[in-house]
Design a protein around this ligand. Structure first.
Ligand code: ADP
Ligand code: ZN
Length: 216
């Protein structure tokens, strides 16, 4: 499948993307993961992105489009992709449309994951991420804890609270989402791609997405 996942930070986009990948062999493309990898590696791209990310602001559209243009043409994307955290602004959505046209790729559906704000805040403050850039497994101190020593259960690296998961940065990210990304819901509604899901259960959401894609 070729899907865009919309939803506030903490809505569960990453979890749902991974479940969909397991279902059909598609690849998760997360601009957040790509950027964090670049920051960790200290690449040119990472140096440009670091400050914006730590403040909970968006990285410039031009940098994101450069990443995505290359990423969508990598061989693994031909089996389908789940875009997680991209597009994030109307200009990115417009550029994505042009890029997909150019590559003769059609989207199946755009999924908007609706989650109440108090649930989002609780999820983000209790989230821990594996510090190994090649792993980035996500934990939750309440519902999916790492080892008692705080190590990743997959690779053994320490898990950390992301720099942008302080209360200030989270508040900023939610504001940025409402201002810059929420307008994409209307954009994709007009394009005829939008489907809204509002379950709290990832497996239920995944089943609903699979049904909506296979029905077409
Ligand atoms: P979130 O949990 O906020 O969805 P992500 O992992 O998707 O986090 O992104 C982390 C940070 O990376 C964002 O706050 C932003 O600074 C940057 N970022 C990720 N994707 C994009 C994008 N498509 N456009 C601009 N900035 C992005
Ligand atoms: Zn790990």
């Amino acid at each position: 499948m070729r899907i865009v996942l919309l939803g506030a930070p903490g809505a569960g986009k990453g979890t749902i993307a991974k479940l969909l990948n397991a279902h059909d062999g598609s690849v998760q493309i997360s601009t957040g993961d790509i950027l964090r990898g670049a920051v960790k590696a200290g690449s040119e791209m990472g140096k440009k992105a670091k400050g914006y990310m730590e403040r909970g602001e968006l990285v410039p559209d031009s940098l994101i489009m450069e990443i995505m243009e290359a990423r969508l043409q990598e061989p693994d994307a031909s089996k389908g992709f789940i875009l997680d955290g991209f597009p994030r602004t109307i200009p990115q959505a417009q550029d994505l449309k042009k890029l997909l046209d150019k590559l003769s790729i059609k989207l199946d559906v755009v999924i908007d994951i609706e989650v109440p704000k108090d649930v989002i805040l609780d999820r983000l403050t209790t989230r821990r991420t594996c510090s190994n850039a090649d792993c980035q497994e996500i934990y939750n101190v309440k519902s999916k804890p790492p080892s008692p020593e705080g190590k990743c259960l997959k690779c053994g690296s320490p898990t950390v609270q992301r720099a942008d998961e302080t209360t200030e940065a989270i508040t900023q990210r939610l504001e940025t989402y409402n201002e810059k990304t929420a307008p994409l819901i209307d954009f994709y509604k007009k394009e005829g791609f939008l489907k809204t899901v509002s379950s709290m259960n990832s497996d239920e959401i995944v089943q609903e997405i699979i049904r909506s894609v296979t029905k077409k």
